[in-house]
Write a protein that binds this ligand. Structure first.
Ligand code: ADP
Length: 425
């Protein structure tokens, strides 16, 4: 039975958390959206339900999170984790406070810690203030975020505005003393009637101590950083065996391909690195602003190209070309047109036997996963930080998928992805 049940407020954040859990020894499966009642419980130590609840109305974020919690409870999970962004992305009305309030009420636990710190990515919390590198959150650029502008770095104040409960602080001085001191401080805050404790953390050592201090908590809330301390609690309790390879994936035979819809600088660099090394079709949505025609070009090109070596199809373009298409069609329409074409192409690739697919781009990945009917991703080894191979299952054939957020990955990401799989063909 699974031990840890996680609810993540967005898709890439869910994968980040799942990958962190695998690296710390838990076999982890990510489910896409609230699972249906009859969906089978994956054979895993941790389950991460990926929602899209960061910027939806609070009422629907709460409803989806509670439905996910109920499913995870029925699956047998013993502890629950609400994952949000390490920059505490939220608005005055939520959704971190309303969702955490609802989860606390449903679990009857009365209290939860809140710690978005992620030192590896330079997100730290000191005296309740969130820093991004050396800048306070509200001077980090996040104050201008289009959907969740963060204009206050004091998380005690930020969370207080989102809940009718009260928020305390476990300060650095206490955290530095280790797990027992943190546990006592959290218990004292709960006994004083606080519903939340923002917990300071500057290093991974702090995160591990906080995790240890929260071993008995029903609910933990935070970024993926705080999850590094949780697997050890289950090992210490004799519930989690030490596995040689918690990210082992079933082997899948089939053709290999890359599909790129990200126009981020890193992706453009990765495409440039692959140029000349593997067969590549670069679509031109500006010349052919029609999803069906773009997909037809790709299908015609694919025939005869697929084999043991990977191929690459990209719609990606530099900023001036993207802007030109957006000027012509409108920003949203341009994005939707290309996503539609790429989803068609993904479907055509799978129909032609592709079973190892790298997708570049967050929105692009969402469109592809939806079109392929993928419902669950077993998380494997990381190709580059934040991007693991996954074993995908759903209404279509099982396959290996790597879903890359645009700016992630080294220049040789595309070729490296497939080299990593060699031997498991
Ligand atoms: P990232 O993770 O880099 O943000 P996304 O896939 O989330 O990548 O977003 C990229 C967006 O750009 C998608 O909506 C995609 O359809 C769109 N797009 C891709 N190629 C082009 C292009 N040539 N012109 C305009 N838009 C494009």
């Amino acid at each position: 039975m699974p031990l840890l049940g996680c609810i993540a407020d967005d898709f890439t954040g869910a994968t980040d958390l799942a990958s962190t859990l695998v690296k710390n020894g838990m076999r982890t499966v990510q489910l896409i959206g609230v699972p249906a009642d009859g969906d089978p419980v994956p054979d895993a130590d941790a389950i991460v339900v990926a929602l899209k609840s960061r910027t939806t109305p609070a009422s629907s974020a709460v409803a989806d999170s509670l439905a996910a919690l109920a499913w995870l409870q029925r699956a047998g999970c013993r502890q629950f984790f609400f994952k949000y962004c390490s920059t505490f992305d939220s608005t005055e009305r939520g959704n971190i406070g309303p969702v955490a309030d609802a989860l606390i009420a449903a679990l009857g636990c009365g209290f939860a810690l809140a710690c978005p710190a992620f030192p590896t990515n330079r997100r730290t919390v000191y005296q309740g203030h969130l820093f991004v590198g050396s800048a306070l959150l509200n001077e980090s650029g996040m104050e201008n975020h289009p959907l969740t502008p963060m204009k206050d770095a004091n998380l005690v104040r930020v969370l207080s505005r989102q809940t009718d409960g009260t928020v305390g602080l476990v300060p650095f001085e206490t955290v530095a003393q280790g797990a027992d001191a943190i546990r006592r401080a959290m218990t004292a805050l709960k006994e004083q009637g606080r519903r939340y404790a923002i917990v300071d953390a500057i290093t991974d050592t702090h995160l591990r101590a906080i995790g240890q201090g929260a071993a008995s908590h029903a609910l933990i809330t935070g970024g993926s950083g705080i999850a590094i301390g949780l697997p050890e609690n289950f090992r210490a309790a004799g519930l989690l065996p030490t596995l040689a390879d918690p990210g082992a994936l079933p082997g899948v035979a089939g053709h290999a391909a890359v599909l790129a819809g990200s126009c981020s600088r890193a992706t453009l660099g990765q495409i440039a690195t692959a140029r000349g090394q593997i067969p590549m079709l670069e679509l031109d949505p500006l010349a052919t602003p029609d999803a069906a025609q773009l997909a037809a070009q790709a299908r015609a090109w694919l025939d005869g190209k697929l084999g043991a070596a990977p191929v690459l199809i990209a719609a990606s373009a530099p900023p001036d070309k993207v802007a030109a298409l957006q000027d012509r069609l409108g920003r949203e329409q341009a994005g939707t047109l290309v996503e539609h074409a790429l989803a068609d192409i993904a479907e055509a690739m799978v129909a032609r036997g592709v079973r190892r697919l790298v997708v570049a781009g967050g929105e692009t990945s969402g469109a592809v996963v939806t079109r392929l009917g993928v419902r669950s991703l077993r998380i494997g080894a990381e190709i580059d930080p934040g991007v693991p191979w996954t074993f995908a299952e759903g209404s279509g054939p099982a396959m290996l998928l790597a879903l890359k957020s645009g700016n992630f990955g080294a220049p040789d990401f595309f070729l490296k992805s497939f080299t990593m799989l060699e031997g498991s063909r």
